[in-house]
Write a protein that binds this ligand. Sequence first.
Ligand code: FMN
Length: 360
Amino acid sequence: MLKKLKTIATNLLAITWIRKCYEFVNRVFLETFGSSRILAHLFYTIAFLAFNREQVGVLRGRRNYYRNKNQDRTSRVELRRNIHRLEKGIIMMPRRDIFARDYITETVEFYELAARQCATDPNSLETSEVEWAHNVLSEYFRVSTGKDPVVDAARERFAQLSYTPQDTDKVPYVKKNLSSISYEQLHELAMQRRSVRWFDQKPVPRELVDKALVIGRQSPTACNRLPFEFRIFDDPEMVSKVAGLPFGAAGYAQNIPTIVVVVGKLDSYFSPRDRHAIYIDSSLAAMSFMFGLETLGLSSSVINWPDFEPLEAKMQKTLGLDVTDRVIMLIAVGYAHPEGLVPFSQKKELDTFRSYNQLR
Ligand SMILES: Cc1cc2nc3c(=O)[nH]c(=O)nc-3n(C[C@H](O)[C@H](O)[C@H](O)COP(=O)(O)O)c2cc1C
């Protein structure tokens, strides 16, 4: 018995010693290479595979952005971005007589391609997007009262396109606060939402998921691109395959009724400077989606998706993802188990994470 205890104590000491040694070496390493941009660059020149998946994703995303431009598609990111920019020009106070002259020609070109696709096969794309583009372009030419050859040529070209939208009111408007939702009600919803990991074993109606997604898609996104997909799995076999992948659902993956994989689309950008927008936009949409679920009696929990090559490769294969598709997070969805506990999860005090006019 004494011998056994002695062995355990020795093992524990050895583990502690190894952990301390590892931490020491790691810290020396990080203190060195983290101390300057040049040393960090040197480090990543050697460890060049560290962010390789992201690098190829960003580059191929940019390549596909240009490749896709002349392809028929459900939604056209370049058109969405430019129409958004036009709307921003239209709402300027004061508005200029002439604006967007550097990109109005290409915007009409983008619109032309979409309108052509719409005329050929209206089921192959989002007609609401073409309608919005048409309405905003009409409004742009209506309010562009100055004389300018570029704008005039674009106006002429637009006028020659025959497309009649059903809706004509998808243009900037004066926003009215019609909602009667109070701070207290929203606060109540925020306090109610918790990460729920234990669910009743009953299916989640797709209508409810879709209703929550309607809330999710109302979230702000950079240039109104909505550069994401919410890939939903509610087939038990598929759920178990997908939920079994991330480390973060270990122990409760088997009880998740519906799982959502939020995928960011890197082919939405022509510039690497926007590569982080997929994470921001998707997360904002995910949060609204989760609030939407709460109002419908459903619970959820985000599951982390680490940038870890073996997992990335598995997910890519399981979902048939392109390398330009980046998994942002997974979300478990279901009806909360009536006896399931949720962690208290103390939040930080406002004073800890909020400051006003503070320079450091
Ligand atoms: C990006 C992100 C990753 C998360 N990853 C996991 C995870 O892998 N497994 C898990 O059980 N919970 C995960 N969570 C849930 C957090 O643990 C939880 O949001 C946090 O503890 C606060 O609790 P609350 O959501 O109930 O307020 C994650 C949340 C976020 C936002």
